[in-house]
Design a binder for this molecule. Structure first.
Ligand SMILES: [Zn+2]
Length: 299
């Protein structure tokens, strides 16, 4: 057994069954988050940046927000207590980029439509290894549906955080009153904050999710973030039950801030999909602490 295989055994999703009912693979680690050709590794796993964003949210909550702001956020979430609100906020910040784990985003590899021999080379190397690891990338040149990653996240998150109601596909909202908060929380991750997502937008995004193979990748990402913050993703409804989208506006802004801080200087600490979970998780916490303390110094 190679070292890489041995290391992979320590990841949190070992033995878990994903939402699609298949055993999780480690393919999720091959989703890219940031591409930077000035770094030898060229790309950072999306999961490393997702858990860093979760840790940034925790740091902001504990060291930047005032007691009043914390109380307001917890109240907006209708959280049982402030601790529940904090953990849920960290988890949601962590999964807010979940929609990037989609065929159209992943095949693009790199910023925008830029092209260069170096980028093409890095993309080819990544693609080969990602396919080998089981990431369900579409065939080269295949037509791929596109949707805004944030809309994809809104479409799939309720199903991954506790709504298991029958008869509703992703993109539709169930009628279970206890689950309405899951939809509100997922929609609040929209970058535009106060904007309220239209149901049609979400339904359209669902058609770009890539099907069951990608559902399994996204379930693994959600489970990894949940493990990082110490909750069971399917029990989110026990922590928070927001009732009004406007009460989550301040939270939406904090999510944007968590993501941008988590990606600042990301290239300094690019992780490898072969790193052990403990290493990636610890580095995320450290990176988050540094990013938030630098922000506080800068005032
Ligand atoms: Zn439901």
């Amino acid at each position: 057994m190679s070292d890489e295989m041995r290391q992979d055994r320590s990841t949190p999703d070992e033995g878990n069954v994903s939402a699609s009912g298949e055993l999780n693979s480690f393919a999720y680690k091959w989703c890219w988050g940031t591409v930077d050709l000035s770094v030898r590794r060229a790309w950072n796993p999306l999961i490393a940046e997702m858990i860093t964003a979760a840790s940034v949210m925790t740091e902001l909550w504990e060291h930047v927000l005032s007691p009043r702001q914390r109380a307001d956020l917890a109240e907006g979430f209708v959280a049982e207590d402030e601790q529940s609100g904090r953990v849920a906020a960290a988890f949601l910040a962590g999964v807010s980029r979940l929609g990037e784990a989609s065929p159209s985003r992943m095949v693009s590899f790199g910023p925008g439509k830029q092209s260069s021999p170096a980028l093409d080379g890095a993309r080819t190397a990544w693609r080969e290894q990602a396919l080998q690891a089981g990431l369900p990338l579409p065939a080269a040149g295949a037509r791929v549906r596109h949707a805004d990653p944030e809309h994809i996240a809104a479409a799939v998150l309720p199903r991954l955080t506790g709504c298991d109601c029958a008869g509703y596909v992703d993109g539709e909202q169930c009628r279970n009153r206890n689950h309405q908060g899951l939809y509100l929380a997922a929609y609040a991750l929209n970058r535009h904050g106060a904007d309220i997502l239209h149901a049609d937008t979400v339904a359209k995004a669902y058609r770009a999710t890539g099907g069951p193979a990608w559902d399994a990748v996204r379930a693994a990402l959600v489970d990894a973030v949940a493990h990082h913050v110490g909750i069971d993703a399917r029990n989110l409804v026990r922590l928070v039950r927001p009732e009004s989208p406007t009460a989550l506006t301040a939270f939406s802004r904090l999510v944007s801030q968590s993501n941008s801080l988590s990606r600042r200087d990301a290239s300094r600490g690019f992780a490898s999909p072969h790193d052990t979970w403990e290493v990636v998780s610890e580095r995320a916490r450290l990176h988050a602490r540094e990013a938030v303390s630098r922000m506080r110094v800068a005032g």
